[in-house]
Design a protein around this ligand. Sequence first.
Ligand code: OAD
Length: 228
Amino acid sequence: MHITVLSGAGLSAESGLGTFRDKDGLWTKYDLAEVATPEGFAADPEKVHSFYNARRKNAADAAFNAAHEALARLKTVFGQRLTLVTQNVDSLLEAAGARDVLHMHGALDRAKCTSCGHRFPALRVMSPQDPCPNCSSPTTRPDIVWFGEYPEHMGEIEQALSRCDLFVAIGTSGQVYPAAGLVDLARESGAQTLEINLEASDISHRFHDARYGPATEVVPNWVQELIG
Ligand code: OAD
């Protein structure tokens, strides 16, 4: 059996990292257009760096939770038969021991140069003046996929969906595409689909099954049932 798991902010919520759209979510406090678009970065790079510097610090201070741990255990048992896709830019799945996580929206601990395309580990605190370690140009940015940009690893993700028997979405509101459309691709390939979330999402009707509750309870239980 091949499984593809797509995770979202709800997976890391109980590690103390805020979600985006829940009550008190990040997009209730910040203007998405200002801090998470190429246009926002061009207009005010200082503000965008300061937003991601704060996210990077929060993520560095956070510890993985029982849901990350359960997925890492599942990956160890399933190996290539499990594809872990995440929209999360933290590295808590890796901290829990998961390998080969596909970060479709980028990662806080990486940076890239808009001049030469070089990718490198992000400084803990980035600023618009930082020179690129490859070409020295002060044109570096967080390696985050912003709105209006194309997500990473889409080829690998589509390939995984084409052969998966079970697709599981964990802690995601289903409001951002193409991630929210992955359930449909999985169904087209004949996969069973399961939503795990605190409560029904806007796209829950597109899943065959659902399990509702905190990720730290529901995910370990589901993994336990699968692998014992
Ligand atoms: P959202 O904030 O949109 O949704 C979080 C989901 O997690 C909601 O459906 C909650 O019900 C659920 N949730 C909250 N706490 C939970 C818990 N303890 N256990 C289980 N589920 C819980 O976050 P995402 O769907 O990840 O993109 O957002 C998708 C993308 O939008 C993000 O990757 C980010 C954002 O803008 C970019 O920045 C490009």
